[in-house]
Design a protein around this ligand. Sequence first.
Ligand SMILES: *[C@@H]1O[C@H](CO)[C@@H](O)[C@H](O)[C@H]1NC(C)=O
Ligand SMILES: *[C@@H]1O[C@H](CO)[C@@H](O)[C@H](O)[C@H]1NC(C)=O
Ligand SMILES: *[C@@H]1O[C@H](CO)[C@@H](O)[C@H](O)[C@H]1NC(C)=O
Ligand SMILES: *[C@@H]1O[C@H](CO)[C@@H](O)[C@H](O)[C@H]1NC(C)=O
Ligand SMILES: *[C@@H]1O[C@H](CO)[C@@H](O)[C@H](O)[C@H]1NC(C)=O
Length: 570
Amino acid sequence: MIIHTALILLFSRFVQSPWLVFSVNPPFACDPSDPATQQYAFCKPTLSIKQRTQDLMSRLTLDEKIAQLGDIAPPIMRLGVPGYQWWSESLHGVSSGGRGIHFNGPIKAATSFPQVILTAATFNPLLWYQIGQVIGTEARALYNAGQAEGLTFWSPNINIFRDPRWGRGQETPGEDPLTTSIYAASYVKGLQGSPYQGGYTPQILQASACCKHFTAYDLENWEGIVRDSFNAEVSAQDLEDTFQPPFRSCIEEGHASGIMCSYNQVNGVPNCANYTLLTQTARGRWKFNGYITSDCDAVADIYEAQNYTKTPEDAVAYALKAGMDLNCGNYVQKYARNATQQGKLTEADIDRALQNLFSVRMRLGLFNGNPNRYPPYGSIRSDQVCSNDHQNLALQAALDGIVLLKNTESVLPLLKSQVSSLAVIGPNANNFTVLLGNYAGPPCKITTPLMGKKSYVKDTRYLAGCQDVACNSSSIDQAVQLASSVDHVVMFMGLDQSQETEALDRIDLVLPGMQGDLITSVAKAAKKPVILVLICGGPVDIDFVKSNPKIMGWLSWSGWRHCHCSDPLR
Ligand SMILES: *[C@@H]1O[C@H](CO)[C@@H](O)[C@H](O)[C@H]1NC(C)=O
Ligand SMILES: *[C@@H]1O[C@H](CO)[C@@H](O)[C@H](O)[C@H]1NC(C)=O
Ligand SMILES: *[C@@H]1O[C@H](CO)[C@@H](O)[C@H](O)[C@H]1NC(C)=O
Ligand SMILES: *[C@@H]1O[C@H](CO)[C@@H](O)[C@H](O)[C@H]1NC(C)=O
Ligand SMILES: *[C@@H]1O[C@H](CO)[C@@H](O)[C@H](O)[C@H]1NC(C)=O
């Protein structure tokens, strides 16, 4: 009876709600216009999440349950439960990576914040929180517009950037466990809709964050040693002091509702099959409440790349028994049935995982009827995406994160009145793709450094100087000629995704190809000291320009305190 009243109240709220005009119905379960749903206990918001998940699971066959254990979760039509895409990304803005977000509707772009390594260099936790908030808000706007098939975002990346050659270091807040821990909690609170202060988590999550990659992961592919089979040998002390604090903070302070176990092994045990790690540490010691996904195809790796088990069924059973709930990929969906038939896995193991998966979907409000019809997130509209406030926050992050490394004789700022002609040189000067880093979405707008300079100094002349960032050949003569013909020179050098990215580590820290020669030659020919801007994620060794009096202004757009590799003071 009480439940009946609750439903009526909920319904009357729809009628009054000013945003009833929405015609789009994004995926949700328990549609009140379907009379059958009123019978289901799992549709009753007045019951506890545990009661609701138990009820839902009691209605499923074993095969229906197994089908839910992959990142593409199919619909359960007969119960009015839509399909769900678990995999979405939001590293530095809502991304088009993953499967859940589509920029093919009225919303064509999202606010793109700087790559995380730069944002971290602001050392501003409130800013990190606000960025999370904006991302969560824009994610809800996409959902309400019918452009999201899921609200579980596999961000932030909080691995410690221990090895400076790591291709994904750019995605992280850096090498310091304390900074990374604070970043993790701040971003997660913002994204999920928690207040900045205090441990309170909202009744309904704005969006779900996922702390990845658990744990001791900072290698992609270094001269044939690959992440899928790498065994990180880590001492108990290093684990506790270095690699785990961000995860602990993400869970205990941020109350993240997701974790991703990484590809690699730690001390001979694959992370996605490590009961000590997933169940005893995360759920037990840190009181983690949420779902644990594997990295994509990490369960297959346990058998195929690591040869850790004798059969695929064992790999699936180990992972689920260790505490993993979701497989990015279809390996669990494919082999779990036979694993149960072989007695390696029980239905109770599957129910344990499902309980966590459905709980998160319910905590997102996706089993309460149409979430775009009621508070707290139903009123978030498309016009909040790319709003001026959001764009200004991205600008603030960029301005505060850029690091000025050298400014001898105060060559910067370059005053407009002092520059009648300017040369902009370098392969990173006019390529907007470079500015997006990885895991980006389509940005609201984009201004390359060259475009910016042109609007500042009318007589701005441009030369890439290299064919691309690899810079195997360089038009040094042309660059020298240009440099000697203008008042000032600004060079935009550094790295891009062809040098450092997912699945690609660097093997050294020097600037690629002939970039160094180009810098030195241009500096020599220029009338005044040149300004060097490095756009990159990981650090580069720029020892060769450090004492060059012709290179005065020196900025890092990566936030990384670039390595002066022979500098004893470093
Ligand atoms: C994984 O499990 C083994 C054995 O249970 C343990 O010694 C090891 O340290 C674990 N790895 C992590 C990251 O906890
Ligand atoms: C796994 O190990 C077994 C026995 O050591 C070997 O026969 C098999 O070829 C290995 N499989 C892979 C995929 O490396
Ligand atoms: C499951 O086991 C059956 C019977 O042994 C076999 O025919 C089938 O190929 C197996 N399925 C998979 C995905 O390995
Ligand atoms: C622009 O950057 C992208 C990504 O780094 C790269 O693939 C492309 O080759 C670059 N274009 C030029 C002309 O350098
Ligand atoms: C540039 O040189 C690198 C390293 O020798 C090589 O891998 C790459 O293919 C070259 N790129 C071009 C465009 O020739």
